[in-house]
Ligand binder design. Structure first.
Ligand code: SIN
Ligand code: FE2
Length: 209
């Protein structure tokens, strides 16, 4: 990890550490992700309304976020293989401690893969048991335009997230609406096969671990 320096943003509670991960750490993290995908392969979830996401997903950790006809929820097993999710790469837990910290470490890491025009509509992260704990997000690979606005709706702000950037939704921004407008395809060569990887760490479950 390189020096972790936070910058000020105009959205209160939205915290940003640009270039928090140096090139070597990014490459090692991609390897750590790829090494776990055999056990927990990417799949394309569906919205509760039955529409496929453009983003492919997997999860690491005791709990994983899933979406299907039954709704949004966290569960301990991969919806297609029925197996437990792979463990969260230790470097991500260290990154959590070095940035948002707090009494509980994350028990869920959502892995999003954006390829060929994939994007993510504005939404809130609100399926976690404790909405007080922060959400930490790591960007790898192609740069993307991230959009964020108040929980109750209204004006949004766009900002570019680049490979190695780390950001967090905390305090007044914990329930902020956010999404990915577009990915700048081919802007990075980090991910084999191209695209963008986003790793989102959350405290999803109830009981202290
Ligand atoms: C998400 O909100 O789940 C993903 C955000 C991102 O890809 O940066
Ligand atoms: Fe989100």
């Amino acid at each position: 990890m390189s020096a972790i320096l936070e910058v000020k943003t105009t959205v209160e509670g939205f915290r940003l550490w640009p270039a928090a991960l140096d090139a070597q750490t990014q490459a090692d993290l991609v390897d750590a992700v790829l090494a776990r995908l055999g056990e927990g392969p990417f799949y394309r979830p569906q919205t509760p309304g039955g529409r496929p996401f453009s983003v492919k997903m997997s999860n690491f950790g005791p709990l994983g976020w899933v979406s299907d006809r039954g709704g949004y929820r966290y569960q301990a097993t991969h919806p297609q293989t029925g197996r437990a999710w792979p463990d969260i790469p230790p470097v991500l837990l260290a990154l959590w401690d070095a940035t948002v910290g707090g009494p509980r470490r994350p028990d869920a890491c959502l892995v999003n893969l954006y390829r060929q025009g994939a994007k993510m509509g504005l939404h809130q992260d609100k399926d976690e048991a404790d909405l007080g704990a922060p959400v930490l997000s790591v960007s790898l690979g192609d740069a993307a335009m991230f959009r964020i606005g108040p929980a109750q709706g209204g004006r949004t702000t766009g900002l570019k997230l680049e490979s190695g950037d780390v950001c967090a939704l905390t305090g007044p921004a914990r329930l902020a609406r956010h999404g990915i407008d577009r990915v700048m395809e081919g802007s990075s060569r980090l991910i084999p096969g191209g695209g963008r990887l986003n790793l989102t760490l959350r405290v999803a479950g109830l009981s202290p671990r």
